[in-house]
Design a protein around this ligand. Structure first.
Ligand code: NAD
Ligand code: TYD
Length: 378
C-alpha cells in the first residue's frame, strides 16, 4: 500500500464522502475509518464501498488514547484526516461538556498517539501528515453591512450560482483572529490551537482547514437543510430561528471532499486553508428555495407549503453572518467549487426523496425523543 490513512469520523456526513472519494480514487491506499458511531455516525452512509479490499472500518473512540496508538502501529499509519467531532451548535448549547471531551480531548488524544508512534519510527515525521478539519465558525460572526446584498466578489467557479450576493464587505481570511461564540465553535477553536501547537512544539507536520457550511446527501437531519427537507415532505412546521436573516456560506459536500483531497496531497505543511464557495444566503432564502424544490419534485402546487414557515425564538448567541474568503486555496492549489447552489439543492432534495428509508431510519426511536425535548417550549 502506498499510503495508510486513518480517517476519523468517516461514518458521519462529511467523513463518509471523504472515505468514499479516497477508497474509490486511491485503490493503492489503505483507508481506515475510525468512528465511534454516535447518533451522527451511520455505516449505511458507506454501504457502497464497505467490501472494498483497501477499506477497513474500526469502531472506536478517538478519546481512547491506547486503542488509537495501537491502531496506528497495527496499520503503519502515515496520514490522519481528522473529522471526528460533535458538530451541532444546538446540541453544544445543551451539552457543552461532550463537545469539550470529543473535540478538544479527542483531538489531543489523536495528536499524542500520532506523536508517540511517529517519533518512534526511524524516519520520524518524514512522509507523515496530520490533517485537521475545522470550521469557519471559529472566526466568530461578521457584520451585515449590506442587508440587501451586493455583488459577491471573486465568484469564479460554479458554487456562487445565479444569486451572487454578499451581505457585507468583510470575509474570513486565514489570518483572522479567532472569536468563537458557541460551545461548539469554542471547542473547535481549542482543537485547532492544539494541532498548531503540536507543529510548533514537536515539529509534527500538520495542516488545518476551515470550511463553511456543508450540505448534500447523508447529512443528519438536525442541520437546517436535511431537517427542513424532511419537514416539508411530511408537512411539518419549519422552525426558523429569529427572523431568518442570518447568513451562511454554503458548499456542496463533495466539493469539500475534493478540497480535502487536494490539500492532503498538495497543501503546504503548517498552513491553514479556508474552504468556501463565495455563496452567501440568508436562511429564509434557502428555506424558500427548499420549499420550491421539494414541492416541484413531489408534484405539489407552487406555494402549497409556504405556510409551514414558523418563526421561533432565536438561537442563543446566534452568529449573524459567515463568509469565507477562499482565494488562497483557489490561487495556490487550483481548487474551485463545481456546483451552483440551486443545482446542488435540486440534487440534494432528489437524494433525500429517493432515500426515504435512510431518513426514516435516522429519525426513529431515541433521536425523535431527543429532538422533541430540544424543541419543547418553542
Ligand atoms: P457529523 O456530526 O455528521 O459526523 C461526526 C462523526 O464523528 C460521526 O460519524 C460520529 O460518530 C463521529 N464521532 C463523534 N465522536 C467521536 C469519537 N469520540 N470518536 C470517534 N468518532 C466520533 O459531522 P460532519 O458534519 O460530518 O462534520 C465533520 C467535521 O467537519 C467536524 O469536525 C466538523 O467540525 C467539521 N465541519 C463541518 C461542517 C458542516 O457544515 N457540517 C463545516 C465545516 C467543518
Ligand atoms: P445549522 O444547520 O445548525 O448550521 P450552523 O449553526 O452550524 O450554521 O444551521 C444553519 C442556520 O440555520 C443557522 O443560522 C441556524 C438556522 N436554523 C434554523 O433557523 N432553524 C433550525 O431548525 C436549524 C437547525 C437551524
Amino acid at each position: 500500500m502506498k499510503r495508510s490513512i486513518i480517517i476519523s469520523g468517516g461514518a458521519g456526513f462529511i467523513g463518509s464522502h471523504v472515505v468514499r472519494l479516497f477508497v474509490n480514487k486511491y485503490p493503492d491506499y489503505r483507508i481506515v475509518n475510525l468512528d465511534k458511531l454516535t447518533y451522527a455516525g451511520n455505516l449505511a452512509n458507506l454501504k457502497d464501498i464497505e467490501d472494498r479490499p483497501n477499506y477497513r472500518f474500526v469502531k472506536g473512540d478517538i478519546c481512547d488514547f491506547e486503542s488509537v496508538l495501537s491502531l496506528m502501529r497495527e496499520e503503519s499509519v502515515d496520514g490522519i484526516i481528522h473529522l471526528a467531532a460533535e458538530s451541532h451548535v444546538d446540541r453544544s448549547i445543551k451539552d457543552p461538556f461532550t463537545f469539550a471531551r470529543t473535540n478538544v480531548l479527542g483531538t489531543l488524544s489523536l495528536l499524542q498517539a500520532a506523536r508517540l508512534y511517529w517519533e518512534g519510527l526511524p524516519e520520524r515525521y518524514s512522509g507523515k501528515l496530520f490533517y485537521h478539519i475545522s470550521t469557519d465558525e471559529v472566526y466568530g460572526a461578521l457584520e451585515m453591512t449590506c442587508p440587501e446584498g451586493m455583488e459577491a466578489p471573486f465568484t469564479s467557479g460554479a458554487s456562487s450560482g445565479s444569486h451572487h450576493l454578499a451581505y457585507g464587505s468583510e470575509f474570513f481570511t486565514e489570518d483572522r483572529k479567532y472569536s468563537p461564540h458557541s460551545p461548539y465553535s469554542a471547542s473547535k477553536a481549542s482543537s485547532d490551537h492544539f494541532v498548531r501547537a503540536f507543529h510548533d512544539t514537536y515539529g509534527m507536520p500538520v495542516v488545518v482547514t476551515n470550511c463553511s457550511n456543508n450540505y448534500g446527501p447523508y447529512q443528519f437531519p438536525e442541520k437546517l437543510i436535511p431537517l427542513f427537507i424532511n419537514n416539508i415532505v411530511h408537512r411539518r412546521s419549519l422552525p426558523v430561528y429569529g427572523r431568518g436573516e442570518n447568513v451562511r456560506d454554503w458548499l456542496y459536500v463533495e466539493d469539500h471532499a475534493r478540497a480535502i483531497d487536494t490539500i492532503f496531497h498538495s497543501g503546504k505543511v503548517a498552513e491553514t486553508y479556508n474552504i468556501g464557495g463565495f455563496n452567501e444566503w440568508k436562511n429564509i432564502d434557502v428555506i424558500r428555495l427548499l420549499i420550491r424544490a421539494v414541492d416541484r419534485q413531489l408534484g405539489r402546487a407552487e406555494g402549497a407549503d409556504d405556510d409551514l414557515v414558523t418563526f421561533v425564538t432565536d438561537r442563543a448567541g446566534h452568529d449573524l453572518r459567515y463568509a469565507i474568503d477562499s482565494r488562497k486555496l483557489r490561487s495556490e492549489l487550483g481548487w474551485e467549487p463545481s456546483l451552483q447552489f440551486e443545482e446542488g439543492i435540486e440534487r440534494t432534495v432528489r437524494w433525500y426523496l429517493d432515500n426515504a428509508a435512510w431518513m426514516e431510519n435516522v429519525t426513529s426511536g431515541d433521536y425523535l425523543k431527543y429532538y422533541e425535548d430540544m424543541y419543547k417550549g418553542r
